[in-house]
Design a protein around this ligand. Structure first.
Ligand code: SF4
Length: 448
């Protein structure tokens, strides 16, 4: 029955990327190229790279391509800085037809000269876009020459938009970061009880919330990748004794490479929701094996939980029985959101990601109830179909999903990078519950 419904409305090529828990035993297909013609919700390679690198606050971010690609700016992401604001600019070489015919390398070299003169910095990231991949500009050579000329680091980011999917962009950004953090000849000495925090982009100051928790239990945050990071801090990344990863989809590759190259162990954590925040802090503390730290942590957990628990209980009473559909970028966030919605009495009836990995989908499958639709790399018509079929009251997604929900008269909350309030840690759990309740209980839905 389910199969025939899918065949009616889903492209045949997409069937392996969609399962309904309890109805199909097959393994979900993920991490593959999008099906041509499906207008996937996934972002391009360049966007993936930009997500990861843009929060480096004191860098020049130069987009080598047509002006349209540079519309990806700080204004649509909202990661905060405690220092330089240079990253808020989106510089572009503004390639035109003439450059496509004769090549854009000279224009790129001139743009770097001009920018470095105007905005003194120690690092420039140069992003390749679709057209650069097509015309074949040698980014590596231009960046190398500019680096020698200006005596700063000019790092090419090999992120031609069509050369894979968003996950390939994450990898391109991680490769650029690896070039940047490469230690100098004198070996950096590792510092005890310090962590690098990977995969948090300091949206609405989320890195600062986690930094404060860690500080209260005696752990120093060395550098975050890449929220509120800067050149000098990133250069010291190899001194940390542990890498913790929030967004595994974007940063697991970097963590693995840092373990191979610099013997820094890593662990996946999540600071979304009470359950995952407490469990993650405990795992970090356990890895240091310090009884005093353990004591501080347990005190912190009692303190923070008692502050937010009554509020969350209040929201749970009002939200009990509502149904949510989730479509987000990575698998780690999807997993945490299932648990977090459970904390406030909401069932997840549809869940999907742009770049989830097989092991993440397995965890999702274990967590959700029978009948929940799980889908990878969805397109708008699939999202609409399953939201309606499953009777979702709420869609959780990003800017591309928002109109789908509103067209169907369904509430929407933004869990992507353009939001202005933090959703991490204990304070974030309350913010999420409040936002969900505000939108779900709005009187507007009675007029749909
Ligand atoms: S890199 Fe390509 S797909 Fe990405 S924004 Fe630019 S033109 Fe579009």
């Amino acid at each position: 029955m389910q199969k025939s419904v899918l065949q009616d409305t889903v492209f045949h090529e997409r069937e392996d990327s969609i399962i309904t828990k309890g109805k199909q035993k097959k393994q979900l297909t993920c991490d593959t190229a999008s099906v041509a013609g499906c207008v996937s919700q996934r972002a391009c390679v360049y966007c993936g790279a930009r997500v990861v690198l843009n929060p480096v606050t004191d860098a020049i971010h130069l987009v080598h391509g047509p002006i349209g690609c540079a519309s990806y700016t700080w204004d649509i992401r909202g990661s905060l800085s405690s220092g330089s604001e240079l990253y808020r600019n989106s510089f572009s070489t503004d390639l035109k037809e003439k450059d496509v015919i004769f090549g854009g390398e000279k224009k790129l070299a001139r743009a770097i000269d001009e920018l470095v003169a105007e905005y003194p910095t120690k690092v420039v990231f140069v992003y390749a876009t679709c057209i650069v991949g097509v015309i074949g500009d040698d980014l590596e050579a231009v960046c190398k020459a500019a680096s020698a000329k200006h005596q700063i680091e000019v790092i090419p980011v090999q992120s031609s938009g069509f050369a894979g999917n968003k996950a390939a962009g994450y990898r391109a950004a991680c490769d650029a970061l690896l070039r940047l953090i490469k230690p100098s000849q004198k070996k950096n000495k590792p510092k005890a009880s310090t962590v690098n925090y990977l995969g948090d982009f300091n949206l609405a100051g989320e890195v600062w919330i986690i930094k404060d928790y860690l500080k209260q239990i005696g752990i120093e945050l060395n550098v975050a990748f890449t929220g509120d990071s800067h050149y000098e801090a990133l250069k010291n990344a190899t001194t940390a004794s542990l890498n913790i990863i929030q967004c595994a989809g974007s940063m697991i590759y970097l963590a693995q490479r840092m373990e191979e190259l610099y013997a820094i162990p890593y662990m996946n954590i999540s600071f979304l929701g009470l359950e995952d925040t407490a469990a993650s802090l405990r795992r970090i503390v356990d890895s240091f094996g310090d009884p005093e730290m353990k004591l501080c942590l347990e005190e912190l957990l009692v303190r923070e939980t008692s502050k937010v628990k009554p509020t969350l209980d209040w929201y749970r009473e009002r939200l009990q029985g509502k149904k949510a559909a989730i479509y987000v970028g990575g698998g780690f966030k999807a997993i945490s959101l299932i648990k977090q919605f459970r904390e406030i009495g909401i069932d997840v009836v549809m869940i999907g990601t742009q770049t989830g990995r097989q092991e993440e989908y397995q965890t999702i499958n274990e967590l959700v109830d029978e009948g929940t639709v799980i889908l990878d790399d969805a397109n708008p018509s699939e999202l609409e179909k399953f939201m309606v079929e499953k009777g979702a009251h709420l869609l959780v997604g990003g800017v591309k999903e928002r109109p789908l929900a509103y067209k169907l008269g369904i509430a929407f909350i933004d869990h992507n990078h353009d939001r202005k309030h933090p959703l991490s840690g204990f304070v974030g759990a309350v913010n999420l519950a409040k936002e969900v309740a505000t939108t779900l209980c709005s009187p507007v839905w009675q007029y749909v």
